[in-house]
Ligand binder design. Structure first.
Ligand SMILES: Cc1cc2nc3c(=O)[nH]c(=O)nc-3n(C[C@H](O)[C@H](O)[C@H](O)COP(=O)(O)OP(=O)(O)OC[C@H]3O[C@@H](n4cnc5c(N)ncnc54)[C@H](O)[C@@H]3O)c2cc1C
Length: 405
């Protein structure tokens, strides 16, 4: 069977759904093809589902019209069709790849069963299915090991601890969320997790997953130390999902290469979201994915000269659970170079920390933990990249005045 639609979008995640909805609103017929069994949902909120705070329906995205559940297995660029796993083929005038990321599976001995599956009890943390699998297995007292101490690992550890699991987090780097946070802010995240009963091991490399009858029993560190485990969460980062693009012969480096028109090396194929590399950057974050989707909708339906010039994106994480929520935000460069000016306000009792880095009168980065009232004003000053007044007063004002968020 061959159907005919003008724009076909592959991937019903944050970027694909946003693009299809915008195009629909702008009167451009769009077919959105997504492989996941569940109606589209907001992946950013999966930890809240795992923590038991939200039911899965709560994180649903407003579904666009024209959603087809199918896995696309190939692109025939000559015929301008895509092939699906069920044997159907779909014709396109313009194709958009919004295929997202895959979790990175670390090179651990014993990670795969002989039939190349993850052992029982070992889960990635990317999809609603991963999350429901984990939620089903977690019970008070269950021993869980989270491998990876970035944003994903920290959210997973917190959610599992809130559900009563005994959680050990194994982080290879010397501190938590080292890509986004400076050492002081990392320490506050560490304290927050430890207060919840999470045992955090830094500079710790897991080497082995030990199983009995296909189910995980323990993990072993590179120093030979073994930790009993009923559950293991792999939170070792993500990698753009570029397989379809590569098979079709599109230019791919770390992600699918796109220009400012979000066009791949084939002028009939665009790409948006986590799968994309734009101007050297693979973002892997929600805000750029949504901005790219908006820019492409404008370009395809309104103004062919519309362009995307990159996103100055803030990383935000809210860890909710018992007690007050723990918020953090980080943007740009959070560690100063020689010659930079740094303003830092810390309150150990309240567990709050605010820091900004200024270079040549411009705000180049900052990190806020526990107290995010000023994040809006700071983000605007950073995004605008305007020179800051030189007496330092307004900067302190930006850090302390929460009226601008
Ligand atoms: C637990 C978790 C927490 C996160 N927290 C944050 C956060 O706090 N802040 C933040 O900015 N970002 C966060 N992220 C990252 C954010 O979710 C992603 O940046 C965002 O989802 C990217 O959107 P996307 O549409 O490009 O990809 P995705 O949302 O991954 O969607 C891609 C979709 O394409 C489908 N697909 C792929 N290939 C095919 C195919 N061949 N056929 C059919 N369908 C296909 C996939 O199944 C998937 O549904 C988090 C991610 C996770 C997993």
């Amino acid at each position: 069977m061959t159907s005919n639609t003008r724009v076909v979008v592959i991937g019903a995640g944050l970027a694909g759904v946003r693009l299809a909805r915008r195009l629909g609103e702008l009167g451009t017929p769009t077919l959105l093809v997504g492989e996941e069994e569940h109606p589209p949902y907001n992946r950013v909120l999966l930890a809240e589902v795992l923590a038991g705070r939200y039911a899965p329906e709560v994180i649903g995205l407003p579904a666009p019209e024209g959603l087809l559940r199918a896995r696309v297995t190939g692109i025939d660029r000559g015929a301008r069709t895509v092939e699906c796993a069920d044997g159907t083929s779909i014709a396109y005038d313009t194709l958009v790849l919004a295929t997202g990321s895959n979790p990175v599976l670390p090179p651990l001995r014993g990670l795969f069963t002989p039939d190349h599956q993850l052992p029982e009890g070992v889960h990635a943390f990317r999809t609603l299915d991963d999350c429901l699998g984990l939620a089903k297995a977690v019970r008070p007292g269950v021993r869980a090991v989270v491998i990876g101490g970035g944003l994903l690992g920290v959210s997973a550890a917190r959610a599992l601890a809130v559900r009563g699991a005994q959680v050990v987090l194994a982080q290879q780097a010397e501190r938590l969320m080292e890509r986004q946070l400076d050492p002081d802010a990392s320490r506050l995240v560490l304290r927050h997790l430890t207060d919840l009963g999470v045992e955090v091991h830094t500079e710790c490399r897991v080497r082995d997953v030990r199983c009995v009858a296909g189910a995980v029993r323990s993990v072993e560190m590179s120093d030979g130390y073994a930790l009993d485990a009923d559950l293991v969460v792999l939170a070792c980062g993500v990698r753009p999902r570029t397989g379809l693009a590569e098979q079709a012969g599109l230019a791919v480096h770390k992600g699918i290469l796109v220009d400012d028109a979000l066009r791949t090396s084939d002028p009939h194929i665009h790409a948006v979201g986590d799968c994309v590399q734009h101007d050297g950057t693979v973002y892997g974050l929600a805000a750029p994915a949504l901005e790219q989707a908006d820019a492409l909708a404008e370009l395809l339906a309104v103004d062919p000269d519309a362009r995307y010039s990159g996103t100055r994106s803030l990383t935000r994480l809210t860890l909710t659970g018992p007690g007050s929520p723990f918020d953090l935000a980080a943007f740009g460069e959070t560690e100063a170079r020689p010659g930079d000016d740094v303003v830092r306000l810390a309150d150990a009792t309240r567990g709050t920390y605010r820091k900004v880095v200024v270079r040549d009168d411009r705000l180049v980065g900052g990190v806020l933990v526990g107290e995010l009232g000023t994040v809006g004003a700071l983000a605007r000053a950073w995004e605008g990249a305007e020179p800051l007044p030189s007496d330092g007063g307004p900067l302190l004002h930006l850090l302390t005045n929460d009226g601008g968020s």
